[in-house]
Design a protein around this ligand. Structure first.
Ligand code: BEZ
Length: 253
């Protein structure tokens, strides 16, 4: 996938990390712990975790995200790494992740790396897109692309949105005990008023939209807006149909 635009990610989509603050509370980081933030993005939550006195390492596959994160948080240990293929020098007490695991496939490779990164008894606390996440929004984008005569990739080619049962089984198969898992709807207002849906597609839907030739993009975007207005426009703002899977698992000794 092409690299992210870290600038617009922070400027127009700050709810991604703001909505993840509850996951930091669930993690309950303690002074002296070593914690990995997997898929740390621009590292706002990594900094929150560090403020607890824990020693944090942030990893992200995007050089643009890590570049911006390092410029803003020079005191943090932040590195470019692939969540499906990384190895730490020493095991950590906890692995944390917000809004990132759904981009990493195959999920078994990620679970294996996380298990290897954790001390026995260490915890894996995360939130990701869950089953049915953004179904309406992504189907609207895909339908408009297909209607323009362009072959659109399937959503699941790039994104993984498991049910609680499916992800729990995957974790158990990789040496974790699942302590809690909840799948919940989280309708999310998009920043930017009328322009919010376009901004979202440009930031997060590019894996679908990139196949549309430049000359057709405005027309396809108009069609996306038309298709989705009856479903996702509440009269004042666009509200995306997010569904989250939040879980706590412990690595078995
Ligand atoms: C999310 O659930 O955070 C997400 C999924 C796909 C695209 C953008 C965001």
């Amino acid at each position: 996938m092409a690299d992210w635009n870290a600038q617009t990610y922070d400027e127009r989509h700050s709810w991604v990390w703001k909505r993840g603050e509850g996951v930091v509370e669930l993690l309950a980081p303690r002074k002296g712990e070593r914690i990995l933030d997997l898929g740390c993005g621009t590292a706002h939550l990594t900094a929150r975790i560090a403020a607890s006195g824990a020693e944090v390492l942030g990893l992200d596959a995007s050089p643009a995200m890590i570049g911006k994160a390092k410029a803003e948080h020079p005191g943090l240990d932040l590195r470019v790494a692939d969540g499906r293929d990384f190895r730490l020098e020493a095991p950590v007490d906890a692995v944390f992740s917000n809004a990132a695991l759904h981009w990493m496939q195959p999920p078994g490779a990620v679970a294996a790396c996380v298990a290897r990164a954790l001390k026995p008894g260490g915890r894996f606390v995360a939130e990701m897109g869950g089953k049915g996440n953004l179904r309406t929004l992504l189907e609207g984008v895909r339908a408009a692309i297909l209607a323009a005569g362009v072959e659109a990739p399937r959503v699941e080619d790039d994104l993984y949105f498991p049910s609680a049962a499916e992800y729990g089984s995957l974790l158990e198969a990789h040496g974790f005990e699942l302590r809690q898992a909840v799948l919940f709807e989280r309708p999310t207002p998009l920043e930017g008023g009328e322009a919010g849906l376009r901004a979202w597609v440009h930031q997060f839907g590019m894996h679908l939209f990139r196949v549309v030739p430049e000359a057709q993009r405005d027309a396809v975007m108009d069609d996306i807006t038309k298709r989705l207005r009856p479903k996702l426009w509440d009269g004042a703002q666009w509200v995306a149909d997010y569904r989250r899977l939040r879980f706590v698992a412990v690595r078995t000794p």
